[in-house]
Design a protein around this ligand. Structure first.
Ligand SMILES: *[C@@H]1O[C@H](CO)[C@@H](O)[C@H](O)[C@H]1NC(C)=O
Ligand SMILES: *[C@@H]1O[C@H](CO)[C@@H](O)[C@H](O)[C@H]1NC(C)=O
Ligand SMILES: *[C@@H]1O[C@H](CO)[C@@H](O)[C@H](O)[C@H]1NC(C)=O
Ligand SMILES: *[C@@H]1O[C@H](CO)[C@@H](O)[C@H](O)[C@H]1NC(C)=O
Length: 166
C-alpha cells in the first residue's frame, strides 16, 4: 500500500475532461461562464464566472464521486456538508481536500453566508501533490448538488482524468 501510494503521488496527468454547471434559478445564481481552458497537453484550467443575485444560505451540499467503467459508476466517496458551516470553519476532510485544490484560485475563502455577489474560480488547475488519498488511473466525475435557501438550485459536474506515471 505504501509503495502504491508513492506511485499515485507521482501522477503525471491530472486534468479536467469536462465541466457542466447548471443553475435552476437564475434570479438566485447566474452562471456567466463555466469552462475549461487548455494550457498545454498536460494541463488545463477550470474557470467559473457567476453572480449570486440574492442572499444565499447553502446548508446542504451533496457530493458524489463517480468512476468510469461502462458509464459512470458511484465510486467510494459520497458525502454531504453544511456549506455555510464549512465556509466559516472547514470540517469535512474529503471536502477540505477538494477545497484546498481550488481555494487559491477563487474568491470563496472570503465568503460567508449569506453568499452574495460574484463567485469566481479563475485559472484553477489540478495538482496531484495535493491528493491526500490514493487514486487509481481512470476517468472520474465529481457531481455536486447545491441546495440554496433549502431548495435544490444547482448542479455541477466536474470530470477529470488521472493517469499514473509508471
Ligand atoms: C428563485 O429563488 C428566489 C429566492 O430564493 C425565490 O424567491 C424564487 O421563487 C425562486 N424561483 C424559482 C423559479 O424557484
Ligand atoms: C464575469 O462576467 C460578467 C458578465 O458577463 C463580466 O461583466 C465580468 O467582467 C466577468 N468577470 C470576470 C472575472 O471574468
Ligand atoms: C495558497 O496560497 C497561500 C498564500 O500564497 C500559500 O501559502 C498556500 O500554500 C497556497 N495553497 C495551496 C494549496 O496552493
Ligand atoms: C451529472 O452527473 C450525474 C451522474 O453521472 C448525472 O446523473 C447528471 O445527469 C449529470 N448532470 C449534468 C447536468 O450533466
Amino acid at each position: 500500500i505504501y509503495v502504491n501510494f508513492y506511485l499515485f503521488q507521482k501522477a503525471v496527468q491530472l486534468k479536467f475532461t469536462n465541466v457542466v454547471c447548471v443553475s435552476f434559478n437564475k434570479s438566485l445564481w447566474e452562471i456567466h461562464s463555466c469552462n475549461i481552458k487548455a494550457v498545454n497537453r498536460y494541463k488545463n484550467t477550470f474557470n467559473l464566472n457567476s453572480t449570486m443575485h440574492l442572499p444565499i444560505y447553502t446548508e446542504r451540499v451533496k457530493a458524489q464521486f463517480f468512476k468510469r467503467a461502462n458509464g459512470y459508476k458511484p465510486w467510494l466517496y459520497n458525502f454531504q456538508i453544511d456549506g455555510c458551516k464549512f465556509l466559516s470553519r472547514p470540517y469535512n476532510p474529503i471536502f477540505l481536500s477538494i477545497y484546498k485544490q481550488f481555494k487559491n484560485f477563487s474568491n470563496f475563502m472570503d465568503m460567508r453566508c449569506p453568499l452574495l455577489g460574484p463567485a469566481i474560480i479563475s485559472g484553477f488547475y489540478l495538482r496531484s501533490e495535493l491528493l491526500q488519498l490514493p487514486v487509481p488511473t481512470g476517468d472520474y466525475l465529481l457531481y455536486i448538488a447545491w441546495h440554496f435557501n433549502k431548495k435544490l438550485s444547482a448542479h455541477t459536474n466536474i470530470s477529470f482524468q488521472f493517469i499514473e506515471d509508471l
